[in-house]
Design a protein around this ligand. Structure first.
Ligand code: SF4
Length: 717
């Protein structure tokens, strides 16, 4: 059995790692200074830093720092890649680089381009790079372009990006959430009329129950575990729902807490391990068993009656079978949920990455509504969002569909005529494969690596005429997802910007990052400057006052006028950071037409046959970026493994380390067996490498691929 080298997550190894990484930059004091500077943490959307200073959360607690934030900071402080590297390495060599190797090349210090038919990238001037991008946009039709952003950009550049793509005439604009949390956005909008968390960070200090479903914050949002441990110390309860037993969700040593650091802290009271795809069955069984808050349901919800009729026909023993969780444990969980007075239900991609991802959230939402865990302090629904500003990028309108009020203001202020909805991310990929995309503007991220079916993704993106990428560092997406002409432009990280930028956390809290000095020498430019220059080349110098659109304060004035709930951003420098209005529900009045939250009847999908694969991340990686090959918390020294249950392994004649072939409808991988505590018939492999096995089945409502429910066959080789 794969055995972790530690008996609790976090603790001294995490502290040692942070120190090693900071030291490894060769600029220890500069690293610390940057980590403490008044900038938002570059990594996850839990959100730290901003005007309170780095390593401080929005309720003022210090120090809040984790491996991930230090990894990102250290990576940004690497020296620039020398020009000789591009002369010495052709595209074939670059395509052999792993994510970690690409990350460790260093910062991109000047624009590079790949010409049609050339075998390698070459250094180009900014003028040349922008001319190539501008010409490509000018010589095609807007509907033959798409515009994609990750959650790295600030609100200012995200707002500018959607502004120029719409002014240019393309509504094919989307962000990385289509491949992660769009199911949450769709479901929450159905439930209470707003697509983000209903809670603030402070609500976690008032809750007496948390359900963590389909998420592993110990690895992906480490400082969130502090909140869970604190809640348990107050007598609250934590229920985890995850097919895989995660060390960090059982025991964690908080580096910032002497007691926890010495002895370790228990993180969860009850750990449920459903089969992959068993969440709706589990939540439905809980819904049938918990005590409903009838007063809340009668006064503040709609749709309860059809749901009650549906539940009347539910067979609990059938649900225990379909969920994969023994009925006794479901009853235990139901008792904890019924005893709680204020509960917060949080989740991540373990719920969204399914063909029924939106329904997973609706089913969990039903449970919150039935208990009245909505519309009061200390209670609510909370998607655990990934990249530091992914939520802000969506708020800024980097989305193929705009709310009517947003579109109206855009028209009035900027003369942009409202357009019908454009392509989502997957639709743009399909269009690329069909040869219908001439230009893709890729602002940050790794679109190639985020896609299912890596061979399909390569084919689609390499079919594009020109890709224009804005990035701080190179990643495999630049080498596998390049257009026939590919331009890659180096930009400043947020703590290097000359003008302040803003970011929105998963709690709808907007931070101001003051920027700073570039940590490397090179021809780095601000993302807003690059986008304005690119657009001026395509739209003409008189379409906008481009210099005004390079002013972040000017952009914030535009955001205040256009983006609902963001009125305060215009005064953020003077009045301070703020909570986006209209999204946090501490009173039982919701953003639906009748002010009530809505129940939904959610059909229980049949239990799948055979093995299901979930792709997962390690504590040493952030999204597609892999910093460390070793997964300390799961005991895997390598990433080419398939994690499976001991009984399943025995039935397949497998022992720890044996060679295994895992195949799906779209790919095959030869890896090593790692025997772990995971639900029967569930197997886990590392993302993004295992994307070669992920077929392109989508949740029809959110268009999110089923990265965590892939039918696979497993055999010994
Ligand atoms: S938990 Fe997230 S926001 Fe907090 S320090 Fe770590 S990466 Fe940054």
């Amino acid at each position: 059995m794969a055995r972790p080298r530690v008996n609790a997550a976090g603790g001294l190894p995490a502290i040692a790692y942070v120190m090693r990484k900071a030291w490894g930059t060769g600029e220890f004091s500069d690293t610390l200074k940057r980590l403490k500077s008044k900038n938002t943490c570059k990594t996850c959307a839990l959100g730290m830093g901003g005007q309170n200073g780095g390593m401080v959360n929005e309720v003022g607690h210090f120090p809040e720092v984790c491996k991930k934030s230090v990894q990102a900071q250290a990576a940004d402080m690497q020296p620039a890649i020398p020009e000789s590297y591009f002369r010495a390495h052709d595209l074939t060599a670059l395509r052999r680089l792993s994510s970690a190797q690409a990350e460790n090349l260093g910062r991109l210090g000047f624009p590079i381009a790949l010409r049609p038919g050339a075998d390698r990238f070459e250094r180009v001037t900014w003028d040349e790079a922008l001319r190539v991008g501008g010409d490509a946009l000018r010589t095609t039709q807007p509907d033959r372009t798409f515009w994609y952003a990750s959650g790295r950009s600030g609100n200012e550049s995200a707002f500018l990006m959607q502004l120029i793509s719409r002014a240019y005439g393309s509504p094919n604009i989307h962000n990385c959430s289509f491949y992660c949390h769009n199911a949450s956005t769709v479901a929450l909008t159905d439930i209470y009329g707003s697509g983000t968390a209903s809670t603030t960070l402070d609500d976690l200090s008032k809750a007496d129950l948390v359900i963590v479903a389909g998420a592993n914050p110990a690895s992906n949002h480490p400082r969130l575990v502090t909140q869970l441990i604190t809640l348990r110390r107050r007598g609250g309860k934590v229920i985890v729902v995850n097919p895989l037993s995660e060390l960090g969700l059982r025991r964690f040593r908080l580096p910032s807490d002497a007691r926890s650091l010495a002895a370790g802290s228990q993180v969860s009271d009850l750990y449920l391990q459903p089969r992959i795809g068993g969440d709706i069955a589990l939540f439905t069984a809980l819904l049938a068993l918990v005590d409903w808050d009838e007063g809340f349901v009668a006064e503040h919800t709609s749709g309860a009656e059809p749901l009650r009729e549906f539940l009347a026909d539910v067979d609990l023993s059938g649900l225990d079978e379909s969920s994969g969780v023994p009925l006794a444990q479901i009853r235990q969980a139901a008792a904890l949920v019924s005893q709680a007075r204020r509960g917060i239900f949080m989740w991540s991609m373990g719920l969204t990455h399914h063909e029924h991802g939106t329904d997973n959230i609706r089913a969990l939402g039903n449970l919150a509504l039935a208990r009245g865990f909505l519309g009061r302090p200390g209670a609510g629904l909370m998607p655990i969002r990934g990249h530091s500003n992914v939520q802000g990028v969506g708020s800024m309108g980097v989305s193929p569909t705009l709310k009517a009020a947003f579109a109206q203001e855009l028209e009035q202020r900027y003369g942009i005529t409202a357009q019908p909805s454009g392509q989502d991310t997957f639709a743009s990929m399909q269009a690329a494969l069909a040869g219908d995309v001439d230009v893709a503007v890729l602002v940050g991220g790794n679109l190639w690596g985020s896609n299912p079916d890596s061979a399909w993704a390569s084919q689609a993106l390499q079919n594009i005429g020109t890709t224009v990428s804005l990035t701080t560092k190179l990643n495999p997406g630049h080498f596998h997802g390049n257009g026939r002409t590919a331009v890659i432009l180096p930009v400043l990280a947020r703590d290097e910007e000359q003008q302040a930028t803003t970011q929105e956390s998963m709690f709808n809290y907007v931070r101001l990052s003051e920027g700073g000095q570039p940590s490397v020498e090179g021809e780095l430019r601000s993302e807003t400057d690059v986008l304005a220059s690119l657009a001026a080349g395509a739209l003409g110098s008189d379409r906008f006052d481009w210099n005004a659109l390079r002013s972040h304060a000017g952009l914030r004035a535009g955001i205040a006028a256009v983006v609902p709930g963001y009125e305060a951003i215009d005064r953020i420098a003077a009045d301070g950071e703020f909570q986006v209005s209209g999204r946090t529900f501490h009173e039982p009045h919701f953003a639906t037409e009748d002010g009530r939250a809505r129940f939904h009847v959610v059909d229980v999908p049949p239990a799948p046959d055979g093995f299901r694969l979930m792709t997962i991340r390690s504590e040493g990686q952030f999204n597609t970026v892999v910093y460390d090959e070793e997964d300390l918390y799961r005991g895997n020294g390598r990433r080419d493994v398939v994690m499976l249950n001991a009984v399943d392994a025995a039935l397949l004649g497998l022992r720890e380390g044996d060679r295994v072939e895992v195949s799906s409808a779209v790919g095959t991988m030869r890896v090593h067996a790692a025997i772990v505590d995971i639900a029967r018939h569930a197997v886990a492999m590392y993302y993004p490498e295992a994307n070669v096995l992920v077929d392109a089945r989508l949740d029809p409502e959110s268009k999110t691929p089923a990265f965590k429910s892939v039918p696979v066959e497993v055999r010994k080789v």
